[in-house]
Design a binder for this molecule. Structure first.
Ligand SMILES: [Zn+2]
Length: 227
């Protein structure tokens, strides 16, 4: 990425309107591997650059640094805000963040399966409980006992009856809500790391094969070609 330039001239990335500041006073080199390491370099300015009170030609800076260009003290918070905007606008390689989305997708699928599995298990337990309860009831009922032959048919039919009652009694609203919440959480994360383009319609593997974001064109896969 091109360096972020600072100076009095209007075509700098960060313009300082102060006569003691040189036209092109300094620049900030942005580390392309993490985009969070910054080196401030003085561009042979007339009145120099200071970091934390020391005159410097080249110095690593962060949000807590005290920076002066000639006699102008910089609002570091504002400088870094502009620097971050500059990075977001100019950065094209988002392969690291894109790769992390593979894990986001994996977790979503796994959690979805867990919810469905738990729901099936719970349904099975309720069905079993109702069936056994009905069996005990019928088996011990004196009236049914007195009618010869009917008990065996009732016992045979109870499995089906238990199934019907349990299906009717279990509301799957809860599981639906849980799956919806999970999907919302996933859809908030499964986006292009640069422009938030929604990727939930297809799998991570599909998007990987595209290599670039269809919306902002940033690189999702490290660009190995020469263009
Ligand atoms: Zn994008």
């Amino acid at each position: 990425m091109e360096a972020f330039t600072i100076g009095r001239n209007l075509d700098n990335s960060y313009v300082i309107n102060d006569n003691t500041v040189s036209g092109y006073h300094a620049k900030i080199i942005i580390d392309d591997t993490d985009y969070t390491t910054f080196t401030l370099k003085d561009l042979n300015s007339s009145n120099g650059t200071k970091v934390n009170g020391q005159s410097v030609l080249s110095k690593k800076i962060d949000k807590n640094s005290n920076i002066e260009f000639a006699t102008a003290t910089v609002d570091v918070r504002q400088l870094f805000e502009q620097l971050e905007n500059y990075i977001l606008k100019n950065r094209v390689d988002f392969s690291k963040e894109f790769f992390q989305l593979k894990e986001t997708e994996r977790k979503y699928i796994k959690e979805k399966q867990t919810i469905n599995k738990y729901f099936k298990l719970r349904s099975g337990l309720i069905r079993g409980g109702i069936t056994i309860g009905l069996m005990i009831l019928v088996y011990n009922n004196a009236y049914i006992k007195s009618i010869e032959g009917i008990r065996i048919y009732l016992m045979l039919g109870i499995g089906t009856v238990g199934g019907i009652i349990s299906t009717a009694s279990i509301s799957d609203k809860n599981v639906k809500n849980k799956l919806e919440d999970l999907y919302i959480e996933y859809s908030e994360k499964f986006n292009c790391p640069k422009c938030d383009f929604d990727m939930t319609s297809k799998t991570w593997k599909f998007w990987k094969s595209k290599k670039n974001c269809p919306k902002c064109k940033c690189n999702w896969v490290k660009n190995t070609s020469n263009n």
